[in-house]
Design a protein around this ligand. Structure first.
Ligand code: WTA
Length: 647
């Protein structure tokens, strides 16, 4: 690990909410001494309770933890209504389209549009509290209106990333038994229109029977088919009032579902709660990004991922700052797009993924220097480990050596940041997530709860429940327990295991080493090998398949697939065929960089595929482990040869 340390900018620290490590430890020790008291103070301060809660943390049915039980609130009130008193004319959402069109939506306008949307859902489509609404949307303000409208009336939204295929969309619609789907004709990307609505048509053609209506927002006015079930948002919306009461929700009512990949089986619908989630979304905006009243916060994620939920919509709006929503990509029309947006909108916090940093770095080492980036105060990264060269470029060239980089480690399941530097307090080691946030008990341990020695990789666990944690997997309590509370035990109690490995150094700094389960992280997108394998098996010529991740210079990891064909022989088309099936079963994000036909997979005598060997071969490493226990040790050199031949 790097020995370099970057201290916070003293000017920044002076005005920060948490100004020093002493203050950090004071908070963390307070949480350790009186966990419930710690959280209660923030819950009282940050949430407009409609009815008070009776208990801070209920652990009686662990690991189905409950927070602030009995309390009532509304998350849309937290994000919109309560700001109308003193921020009505401040910009809530600053939208920039792919082609440079800009729209500034004030809190007042946001309130009116969300209310209209909510009334439309209720009155026209009979959407009620607890109903599921799937969003398959581009990055346009209507996506945020739709989310907040659901929240306002107590409907549970489930956003499906626009890059997922019709099959993947249908699976998610069916698992959630969605009543309504909200989509758009399409949007713009790299100067050209693209379509989304036909994917919804395709998904509903072969299933999704629970869906009663599709609401279509027009963005690019491309020609699309209109079916009986479809409704034109732009024509309908004007019929509804811009006043709408919000539904008082119980702290523990589900807020949204978000499907994510695990190491086994199909994607799981991660279920989040109301009070705990919104509390932590706001607190992390205030601590990790240290947002202040006039800040303009830009998170480049897509709303289809948790980062978009928490740090484009819920967190910034709950904190009452301007959130930037960007339809396009930071590399179009050129490598200066992101930097010109920072200059133009005077962006104060910029939050993106290491893959994007690597791409922008590669495209223009000195590009950021052409722009005035002096408005920037904090830079953030998320989604995958960042490497020191990318970190340094981000720090020196983008941040001009004066902005802290918050390397935030968290997950769909954690709802918000868990481990991250605090920009005014933490001396930063490059590419290191540093310390758990105050109130978060993250530890690197063994399966039996023993803390790992300095420098030894262990399981990254959260050993106490926290307010914004996953509540369950939709319709599958058993899988929730098995997925997260089956691997590590501390003091006789199962604790939350993240699926990541981590290592602690002599100063107590935590560095994330990456997934230790069968999950691959490609450009910050999480994908399960089991899910990819199940899709590849649908290609008729494939008899057997094994999927591994392998290091990739830009994407972090890429997908590497080994297949055994039913009929040996010509395998020249296999990559094309496999990628075609992945694209239709999951989406283009699941396409493999390498697809290698082999004569057999390395299996133990009990039939288990030895992935470690396959990972080593993909990386071009020598096989150090004993292969004599394999059913057929001769497959190893044969696979090595096949990989060598493919290069
Ligand atoms: C990885 C994204 C290293 C990790 C918010 C985790 C990271 C998975 C970091 C969750 C980071 C996220 N450093 N790795 N700062 N942040 N990860 O659910 O493997 O899409 O388990 O949530 O991303 O991905 P997810």
């Amino acid at each position: 690990m790097s020995k370099e340390i970057y201290y916070p900018n003293p000017e920044f620290s002076a005005q920060a909410r948490i100004k020093s490590m002493d203050e950090y430890w004071e908070l963390q020790n307070k949480a350790k001494a009186d966990y419930e008291g710690f959280w209660e103070a923030y819950a009282k301060e940050k949430i407009d309770w409609l009815e008070p809660y009776s208990k801070v943390l209920d652990e009686s049915n662990a690991p189905f933890y409950k927070w602030f039980t009995g309390g009532k609130l509304n998350v849309c009130n937290q994000c919109v209504d309560r700001h109308l008193k003193d921020k009505a004319d401040d910009v809530a959402i600053l939208f920039e389209g792919d082609r440079g069109d800009v729209e500034k939506i004030t809190f007042k306008q946001l309130s009116q549009r969300v209310n209209r949307f909510a009334n439309m859902l209720k009155e026209q489509f009979s959407v009620k509290k607890g109903d599921r609404v799937v969003l398959y949307m581009p990055m346009i303000p209507e996506a945020a209106y739709a989310m907040l409208a659901c929240t306002r009336i107590g409907a549970i939204h489930s956003i499906v990333f626009g890059g997922f295929s019709a099959e993947a969309l249908r699976d998610r619609i069916e698992d959630a038994e969605a009543k309504v789907v909200i989509t758009a004709d399409g949007a713009y990307r790299k100067g050209k229109p693209y379509l989304l609505k036909p994917v919804v048509d395709e998904a509903l053609k072969a299933g999704g029977d629970s869906v009663e209506a599709v609401i279509v927002v027009k963005r690019n006015n491309e020609e699309i088919a209109w079916n009986d079930i479809d409704n034109n948002y732009n024509e309908l919306i004007e019929n509804f009032s811009d006043e709408c009461d919000f539904e008082p929700m119980d702290s523990e009512d589900p807020l949204f579902l978000l499907y994510t990949s695990g190491s086994t089986g199909k994607p799981k619908g991660v279920q989040h709660s109301q009070a705990g989630y919104i509390l932590w979304a706001q607190m992390t905006m205030e601590w990790v990004f240290d947002v202040k009243k006039d800040d303009v916060f830009w998170c480049t994620a897509d709303i289809g991922w948790i980062t978009g939920h928490t740090y484009i919509v819920y967190g910034p709006l709950a904190a009452g700052v301007t959130t930037v929503m960007f339809e396009g990509v930071p590399t179009y029309p050129d490598a200066g797009r992101a930097w010109s947006m920072v200059q133009e909108h005077k962006i104060t916090q910029f939050y993106t993924a290491p893959t994007a940093i690597r791409v922008l770095h590669k495209m223009g080492e000195d590009e950021p220097k052409k722009y005035d980036l002096s408005s920037l105060k904090v830079l953030g990264t998320v989604g995958e480990p960042i490497d020191p060269p990318a970190w340094k470029w981000y720090y020196e060239v983008v941040g001009g050596g004066k902005c802290a980089i918050v390397d935030t480690w968290w997950q769909t399941e954690t709802g918000g940041h868990m481990i991250s530097p605090l920009p005014g307090a933490t001396p930063i080691k490059p590419a290191c997530a540093t310390f758990p946030l105050p109130g978060i008990m993250a530890e690197v341990i063994d399966q039996d709860g023993t803390p790992k020695e300095v420098g030894e990789t262990g399981l990254l666990c959260i050993t106490k429940p926290w307010p914004s944690m996953i509540r369950t997997i939709w319709n599958d309590d058993e899988r929730y327990v098995k997925s997260y509370f089956g691997d590590a035990v501390k003091d006789g109690k199962p604790v939350y295991f993240s699926g990541d490995g981590a290592v602690v150094d002599e100063d107590g700094y935590i560095t994330i080493t990456g997934r230790v389960d069968d999950v691959i992280n490609v450009s910050g997108h999480r994908m399960g090998t089991a899910e990819i394998e199940a899709a590849v098996k649908k290609e008729p010529s494939v008899a057997e398949v094994a999927v591994v991740g392998t290091p990739h210079e830009i994407k972090g990891e890429s997908i590497f697939i080994y297949v055994v064909l039913k009929e040996q022989g010509d395998s020249s088309k296999i990559k094309e065929l496999v990628n075609a099936v992945l694209s239709s079963e999951i989406g283009n994000i699941a396409k493999a960089d390498d697809v290698i036909a082999v004569s057999g997979l390395p299996k133990t005598r009990s039939g288990k595929v030895m992935r470690r060997i396959l990972r080593a071969i993909a990386k071009g490493e020598a096989i150090t482990q004993d292969t004599s226990t394999l059913e057929d040790p001769a497959v190893v050199p044969a696979i090595q040869q096949a990989v060598a031949d493919s290069k």
